[in-house]
Design a protein. Sequence first.
Length: 143
Amino acid sequence: MTDGQLVSPEINTEPDAVDYAAKKRHIILMLLAYSAILGVFCIFLPEEDNPLDFVAGLPILLMGISWCFTDAKQHDRRIGKLMKLVLVLFFIVGFPLYIFQTHGIRGFKTLALTTFLVAVMAAIAFSTACAMLYVGDALGLVE
């Protein structure tokens, strides 16, 4: 307070201020939510491999690539054409390459957290599938 006047706190009104960490957290929450949805629908998918498995996994791939692009913006990096192609076609190989390329040795921590995320996603999908089987059996929807 100066001379009886109230001083308002500074508000960041920059149009360029983007919370990339919040965007990445949002993508991770969407991955977890989709895992729950996938667990519900997986009991209705046929057991043999078919193109529907690819369609069911496509949102996970798209969210993973989206996370990489958000991370690149956060670190002021550019993802080259070859890396984009590798991320789309061979995400399992491209993701660790991207992480080590942008994070260096800290990439081990990121990959460990990613492995934990995949385990949690699998646990969520499994638990929702079991719950759906139980409910479906009780209602007579699943044999």
